[in-house]
Design a protein around this ligand. Structure first.
Ligand SMILES: Cc1cc2nc3c(=O)[nH]c(=O)nc-3n(C[C@H](O)[C@H](O)[C@H](O)COP(=O)(O)OP(=O)(O)OC[C@H]3O[C@@H](n4cnc5c(N)ncnc54)[C@H](O)[C@@H]3O)c2cc1C
Length: 490
């Protein structure tokens, strides 16, 4: 166990709060809790917290993976909490005990689940095996390496060879990735691979609904589509996917499209391991809670952020609700300890935003005007940079993004990685069930495929996406300008 000995933990008689997950929700819970008299342990399967809103920049070679990751141990030390690396596998609510992937058991007085969600493939045949995701740092690096290696192959391969990349899902993630890849093709890659004619790289965005960014105002949706088309993205609306193969997407209308790289940006659900926790699960497997964010039927377990589903008033799966829920849960724990009744969580909606490419974004304020174009783009960028966790990350991200957008293909190049190898291990070996350190076996989530390959360890299925599925995840998900993860500015 990696841990910092802190004054907080010397309060051995103080109630012990375990927070699972160091994302927006978990970090904000910890920050709000340590001001009280609690022993706080933050557990995450990774050593770092990931700033998901900028993952698309890592996937397109604009940022380094380290720019969007922040060491959790440094964060917990700053706030007097303890960090423990591990993956939650079991909860014994009656005994107030959790079990980690390696059999370790920890007792708690209060438990806060803040594990986030992962991709949902809706049982579409081949989607889990043959598509790339964009949820983790590893996903972003894997996608970047595959894309750049394929472009390089174009420069070496036969003159007529083509590369097709398909984004499945027209929500914010699909839009920002599609727009940025198209820009990359026409600017930076032209400089980096001058012998590859950019018309040989086909960028496609497929959405089953009739509009992109469905939660936004119709005029912002229309603007988004125009901007993507202007960048040369082949936008296909009202287009549902029936099957994905290693080099094709097969549509429900019978069409069959060549796709070397297919990226799944179409929906999210609770990770499969949530089923082992023995807690009530609602739509897309999210853990059901009451209005005070306590898990239904539990008096000491909270579920916050993307994983929590307030049954009466579901919140969008965005950073701002996650932050507010994390802080709120901390407040309720303090109230319970003080013998006070819990309160009702109210989400304060500040608005939503999405970026399309250089000098193009949409911002819709909850109680104000809409913005598009350069102003919106600068606002989106500034907010994300200001709120990125850690001063060092902020400086490196500013330098890298300034290089990308100011040089704009003239002397600028992409951040490159390694050519993907088929046998690279998918996850830290320590977290693979039943595995010894270093032994290659199945990924813990079944989601992070070996570097250079799409997601591995999947099952085929034939179920249809549930109605409205495209609005449940990154597709159709409005992206708020991501606010602070309560980060220190070290
Ligand atoms: C590509 C992308 C772009 C996005 N852009 C935006 C945006 O612009 N604006 C916006 O508002 N929102 C955006 N979002 C959504 C936003 O990132 C999420 O809503 C937010 O991260 C949810 O926070 P969370 O704390 O609930 O979960 P996460 O931030 O996902 O954190 C969960 C943490 O739990 C850990 N974990 C998971 N399972 C376990 C386990 N069993 N045991 C231990 N640890 C575990 C994970 O490692 C992770 O650190 C984006 C999401 C993605 C994927």
């Amino acid at each position: 166990m990696t841990q910092a000995t802190t004054a907080n933990h010397q309060l051995s008689a103080a109630p012990h709060v375990i927070v699972i997950g160091a994302g927006f929700a978990g970090l904000n819970t910890v920050k709000a809790l340590v001001k009280g008299q609690f022993r706080v342990t933050l557990i995450d399967r990774n050593l770092y917290s990931t700033f998901q809103p900028l993952l698309y920049q890592v996937a397109t070679g604009g940022l380094n993976p380290g720019d969007v990751s922040y060491a959790i141990g440094g964060y917990t030390r700053k706030y007097g909490a303890r960090y423990c690396r591990g993956m939650l596998t079991g909860i014994d609510a009656a005994a107030r005990r959790i079990t980690l992937h390696d059999g370790r058991e920890l007792s708690y007085d209060y438990l806060v689940l803040a594990t986030g969600v992962s991709a949902s493939h809706f049982g579409i045949k081949g989607a889990e095996q043959f598509t790339y995701g964009l949820y983790t740092r590893r996903d972003a690096v894997t996608l970047r390496d595959r894309f750049l290696a394929d472009v390089e192959k174009l420069s070496e391969g036969p003159a007529g060879a083509q590369l097709a990349i398909t984004m499945v899902g027209g929500g914010a993630t699909g839009v920002e990735l599609g727009g940025t890849i198209a820009e990359l093709r026409d600017t930076v890659l032209r400089e980096t691979f001058p012998d590859v004619d950019s018309s040989r790289i086909h960028v496609r965005l497929v959405e089953m609904q009739s509009e992109l960014l469905t939660p936004f105002d119709p005029k912002l949706r229309a603007y988004t589509r125009r901007q993507l088309v202007r960048r040369g993205v082949d936008v296909q609306l009202d287009t549902a996917i029936a099957e994905v193969t290693p080099d094709r997407v097969i549509l429900k209308d019978g069409r069959d499209l060549h796709s070397d790289i297919t990226v799944w940006t179409a929906g999210v659900a609770a990770p499969p391991e949530a089923e082992q926790w023995g807690l009530p699960q609602g739509h897309a497997g999210r853990i059901e809670t009451g209005p005070d964010l306590r898990v239904t039927g539990q008096d000491r377990i909270f579920a916050v952020g993307d994983i929590g589903l307030v049954t009466d008033h579901p919140t969008p799966q965005l950073s701002q609700p996650a932050i507010q829920m994390g802080r709120f849960a901390a407040g309720q724990i303090k109230r319970l300890e003080a013998g006070q009744p819990t309160e009702t969580f109210h989400y304060h909606d500040k608005g939503q935003a999405a970026t399309i490419g250089r000098r193009s974004a949409v911002i819709e304020l909850a109680h104000g005007p809409d913005f598009t174009g350069t102003l919106a783009w600068l606002g989106w960028l500034a907010l994300h940079l200001v709120y990125l966790l850690g001063g060092r990350n902020r400086v490196s991200a500013i330098v890298n993004l300034a290089w990308r957008y100011l040089t704009w293909g003239h002397g600028g190049t992409v951040i490159v990685g390694d050519e993907p190898t088929a046998d690279a291990p998918p996850e830290p070996a320590a977290f693979r069930p039943g595995a010894q350190r270093g032994s290659p076996s199945q990924s813990i989530t079944g989601r992070d495929g070996p570097a250079g390959r799409p997601n591995a360890g999947a099952q085929d299925g034939s179920a249809e996406p549930p109605p409205g599925a495209a609005t449940d995840g990154p597709a159709g998900r409005p992206h708020q300008a991501a606010p602070a993860q309560a980060g220190p500015s070290s």
